[in-house]
Every structure is written in structure tokens, then in C-alpha cells.
Design a protein around this ligand. Structure first.
Ligand code: SF4
Length: 393
């Protein structure tokens, strides 16, 4: 059976956070959001004809992920309508994971209950920090108390799979504050935690402020210490790290949707700026993405046109690079037998002697592990993951 994930990008936020480079615009009026939802449904129905129930090679959706932006800004009935369009167009696995990102500034008891009733079964709460000073630095529109309330209300609404997103290495955040945030998050008993260090992305207000010397980036050593201390605290609490920035309380709580991105599995993205990856002719990947422009997206859908802006046919080498590059993000790394099956060659025959020797140098220095059937990064290696992954690009 051909399985795929479905990503749905909701491009609205209450206000733009100064560090964020995801595509979103300030919430706008309700009528823009209504037009957007109609456009989204149209895009899903159109894709359904090509990849869905009645196509030549139908995909069964086994994960759906509402990301953004701030999906919790939409009304639950809008989420229900979008899920209805997915169900009408695609077969949906019985145990499909249906995640929705929720900003604590937009959540209330009724909304969470309605989202649960609409079929959402995994809540990813963008708490970021449990320190009000740090939240103020990030210009988030919610407090630590709102984070706690949202987790509690989520649970009351029937969500038994709750993830918390946390950030570290934020200007002004001490290592103690980071520890406190993690401990506070763990005291709420979430099933999953994502933890990212703040990155200064090009073109964001934070980066401009840093360039003017108004805020200071956390130094690399402190960033690494926060990361490693975070992993220790999570492990002590019974969490298993399964990817560089993600840990779950048990295998059943690993985010199945995100795992697809790190395993070169198929997914369809809907909404402005959403990316897709599907297997095309000769088994090679096709990547395409929609333009990051809500107005253009809505107009294209209303005219019955596509919003795809970029389209890329992967070569065998592109697919292999993406498979290794993303696969090394996972704690379990890469099964070399799977690599051979997928690419009809052993990994070192594929990449050659020089890459093998360079990788083995990382192994000798304790940054990576290698056995007959597996390669992976160590915790130390995850700190310099980009350098190691770059060998395979
Ligand atoms: S709420 Fe999330 S998506 Fe929206 S601007 Fe802030 S960080 Fe970005």
C-alpha cells in the first residue's frame, strides 16, 4: 500500500515573532481566512484526483500535520472542513496520526474540545519557555501560566498525545533558566518534547538587532552545554531522544509525520510555502513547493490553477544524499541494508573511499558510530551534525 503524510500549512499568526522565518502573515480578517480555507480544500481535492482514492496509484494518508503559522487560529469547524476534504479525497489510515500546532495565546477549552472532536489526536503546543522574561524577549503573546493552562486544557479535552516545543540559547536565558523550563515542562507530563536552539535566520528582526549589537547570540559553547544538559534531563525523566531535537516518552509517541521527512518517505504539502515529496518515474523523488504568498495562493486556487513555484526531479544521487543527510538526524541512524535495497549499492561503494575515510575519522573521534549494518551520530556528533552530514551531499 502506498502511504503518505499530508502537511497542511496555515499561514496566519496573531503577530509575527521577530525570530521566525516560517512563512506566515498577521492574522488578517476572518474573510481572508475563509477564502483561504476554501482554496485549501480546492487544492486538496485537486491533488486527490492525482494521488487520492480514484487515482492509478492511490496514497493512503497515515499522518496529517497542521503546521504554520498558527493552525489553532482557525476555527475548529474550518479544521473539520479541511479534514473532511482529506477524507473525501484520500483513504485515511484507521490509526492516522493527526497533529495540530497550537499557540497557547489562541487556545481555550471549547476550541480544544472541538478540535479533538473534529479528529485531531495529537496536540503540539508552542510553549517555547516557562520563563516570562524569556517569553518577553521572544515577544511571544502568551505567558508561562498560559502554557500550563493549555497543556491542562488539552488533556481535559481528551488529548493523550501532547507535545511541547521548547527553545534554548535565547538572549538573556541562562543555563539555569533553561533547566528550569525543561523541568517545568516535564512536570506537566507531556508525551513528547521538541527542543531547538534559537537560530538567527537571515532577514528576521532578531538578526538585524544582533547585527546592530542590540542583542547577543548565545556562544556556541553555552549552546552545546544547554543542548547536552537538556538531553540528560530528558533521559532522567524517562524520555528517549529519537532525533537531534526530539524526544518521546515511548516509541508510540514518536511523531510519525516528522519521521517521514527523515526517512525519505512520501508526503504531500498543501497551502502556501508547503513542500511535497513524491516518488516519480523510475522510483526517483519529485520535490515541489507552493509559492509563499497567501494572496497569490488563493487567487491561483480560485482560477483553478496550481500554486507550485518550484519543481525538482531528483537524481539517484540527490535521493541518496537526502536519505543519508536526513537519516543521520535520527538516533537510530541509517540501516545500511535499507540503503543497499533502496539504492542498489553499498553505501561506501556509492560514496567512495574518500567519504568513507572521512566518516571513519569522525568515528575515531567519537562523533559517529559504525557497525556492519548501521551508521549513526553520537550525542557529541549531533552537536556538529551539519559537518558530518555534509560529507554525503
Ligand atoms: S507564532 Fe510560530 S509561526 Fe507564528 S510567527 Fe511566531 S514562531 Fe513563527
Amino acid at each position: 500500500m502506498r502511504k503518505a503524510g499530508i502537511y497542511i500549512h496555515i499561514p496566519f499568526c496573531l503577530r509575527k515573532c521577530p525570530y521566525c522565518d516560517f512563512y506566515s502573515i498577521a492574522a488578517g480578517d476572518g474573510s481572508l481566512r475563509s477564502r483561504f480555507v476554501k482554496a485549501l480544500i480546492k487544492e486538496i481535492e485537486t491533488a486527490g484526483k492525482k494521488y487520492g482514492k480514484n487515482s492509478d496509484s492511490p496514497m493512503t494518508a497515515d499522518t496529517i500535520y497542521f503546521g504554520g503559522g498558527t493552525p489553532s487560529l482557525l476555527e475548529p469547524e474550518q479544521i473539520r472542513a479541511v479534514l473532511g476534504a482529506v477524507r473525501d479525497s484520500f483513504a485515511l489510515a484507521k490509526d492516522a496520526e493527526i497533529s495540530l500546532e497550537c499557540n497557547p495565546a489562541t487556545a481555550d477549552e471549547e476550541k480544544l474540545k472541538d478540535l479533538r472532536r473534529a479528529g485531531v489526536n495529537r496536540l503540539s503546543i508552542g510553549g517555547q519557555s516557562f520563563d516570562d522574561e524569556v517569553l518577553k524577549t521572544l515577544e511571544r503573546l502568551h505567558s508561562a501560566r498560559d502554557n500550563i493552562r493549555t497543556v491542562e486544557l488539552g488533556r481535559k479535552a481528551g488529548f493523550d498525545n501532547i507535545s511541547l516545543d521548547l527553545m534554548f540559547a535565547i538572549p538573556g536565558q541562562t543555563e539555569e533558566k533553561w533547566e528550569e523550563t525543561l523541568k517545568q515542562a516535564l512536570s506537566l507530563n507531556p508525551q513528547h518534547i521538541s527542543f531547538y536552539s534559537l537560530e538567527f535566520m537571515e532577514g528576521t528582526p532578531f538578526t538585524r538587532r544582533m547585527e546592530k549589537g542590540l542583542i547577543t547570540e548565545t556562544d556556541a559553547e553555552a549552546d552545546r552545554r544547554m543542548y547536552e544538559r537538556g538531553l540528560e534531563i530528558l533521559a532522567e525523566a524517562g524520555f528517549s531522544q529519537y532525533e537531534i531535537s526530539n524526544a518521546a516518552r515511548g516509541r508510540e509517541y514518536i511523531c510519525r509525520h516528522n519521521m517521514k521527512y527523515w526517512s525519505l518517505e512520501e508526503y504531500l504539502g498543501f497551502g502556501p510555502s508547503a513542500h511535497s515529496y513524491v516518488t516519480g518515474e523510475q522510483g526517483r523523488g519529485l520535490r515541489f513547493c507552493n509559492a509563499a504568498d497567501v494572496a497569490a495562493y488563493i487567487e491561483a486556487m480560485e482560477r483553478g490553477e496550481s500554486a507550485i513555484e518550484d519543481f525538482c526531479q531528483n537524481s539517484l544521487k540527490d535521493d541518496a544524499s537526502e536519505y543519508v543527510f536526513t537519516g543521520l538526524r535520527k538516533n537510530r541512524g541509517i540501516d545500511l541494508r535499507d540503503f543497499r535495497k533502496k539504492f542498489r549499492s553499498g553505501i561506501w561503494d556509492f560514496y567512495g573511499k574518500d567519504v568513507k575515510e572521512e566518516f571513519e575519522e569522525f568515528v575515531r573521534c567519537g562523533f559517529a558510530d559504525e557497525t556492519e549494518n548501521n551508521i549513526k551520530l553520537t550525542v557529541k556528533g549531533m552537536n556538529i551534525s551539519n559537518r558530518i552530514m555534509a560529507l554525503f551531499v
